[in-house]
Design a protein around this ligand. Structure first.
Ligand code: CCH
Length: 292
């Protein structure tokens, strides 16, 4: 008889440092939002990872299924085609990196470039082909209105994040990424940035949660607000989602908001740990050591 031996796949050499530098160089764009693609790239990395289910052990960043329908068409992923288009430019310069590694490295590099911590990145994610992607059920990513827990949206966060293996402290730490970026009516229906410096990674989100007076948004640019229920600060320039306000309403979560508002270093450390977990969940063959 004959034994067919498959050659062990040899990982092509990738210059991860150069990839990260090229991502950093590609962030500035005056035509996009607040002048940087950084926040939208962070969201791409998070949404590619946040599908993980520890029980069925599927989903997660390995595979980058969001390149294809149905995942690309999920309401939660609206607007992320812009981030994927930026990624195409980097991919064409570095064809040897997989999309799945690229999206996570780009988000991780963007966090540092915007003033956040350096978070170690391990490589080895593989891209699934379109017909090898078992479509995941929609609904794995959180809804800002709390879905079936509209009275206590923190419990919706628990449904979603416990499924990925996180606890309350990690949920709060990860939410601190809302220091970055903004909501777009054309994507989610919500409007506005969370902070005054939406291209800077900081603990401003936690400080504002505690220090500002957040009330239901009633008006927008002089007219009645017709979008989904959200909060605004007294100036009307900043926003919070129901799931953001949930973090200060919930007795178990609030102490972590208070901690991170006081101690940015603690936030950076806890965010970094939770980010590694988020982006490595479900990944099978990562390098033993960080490559960046
Ligand atoms: Fe988020 N996020 N996010 N988010 N998010 C939105 C935008 C960003 C929720 C809802 C929304 C995380 C957790 C949650 C970012 C990072 C993270 C938007 C606006 C909604 C809605 C989208 C639009 O209109 O374009 C909800 C609900 C949760 C519950 O947990 C986590 C975790 C992270 C990262 C660690 C970033 C960054 C943005 C800004 C994107 C941009 O384009 O500016």
């Amino acid at each position: 008889y004959t034994t067919q031996q498959e050659a062990a796949p040899v990982a092509p050499k990738v210059d991860y440092k150069k990839v990260a530098e090229d991502v950093a160089d590609a962030l500035d764009d005056e035509s996009h939002d607040d002048g940087s693609f950084g926040p939208t790239l962070v969201r791409l990395g998070w949404h590619s990872s946040g599908t993980y289910d520890k029980n069925s052990n599927d989903g997660g960043s390995d595979g980058s299924g969001m390149r294809f329908a149905p995942e690309s068409k999920w309401g939660a992923n609206a607007g992320l085609h812009k981030a994927r288009a930026v990624m195409e430019k980097i991919k064409s310069k570095h064809p040897e990196i997989t999309y799945s590694d690229l999206w996570i490295l780009a988000a991780t590099a963007a966090i540092e470039e915007m003033g956040g911590p350096h978070i170690p990145f391990r490589a080895g994610r593989t891209d699934k082909t379109e017909n090898k992607c078992t479509p995941l059920p929609d609904g794995r990513l959180p809804d800002a209105d709390g879905r079936d827990h509209k009275d206590a949206p923190a419990d919706h966060l628990r449904d979603i994040f416990y499924r990925m293996g996180f606890n309350d402290q990690e949920i709060v730490a990860l939410a601190g990424a809302h220091a970055l970026g903004r909501c777009h009516t054309e994507n989610s229906g919500y409007w506005g940035p969370w902070t005054n410096a939406p291209t800077t990674f900081s603990n401003e989100y936690f400080r504002l949660l505690l220090e500002e007076k957040w009330t239901p948004k009633k008006k927008h640019e002089g007219k009645a607000w017709t979008g989904p229920f959200q909060y605004e600060d007294p100036s009307g320039k900043l926003m919070m989602l129901p799931t953001d306000i949930a973090l200060i309403q919930d007795k178990a979560m609030r102490p972590f908001v208070e901690k991170y508002a006081k101690d940015e270093e603690a936030f950076f450390q806890d965010f970094a740990k939770a980010w590694v977990k988020l982006t490595e969940n479900g990944c099978k063959n990562l390098t033993a050591e960080p490559v960046w």
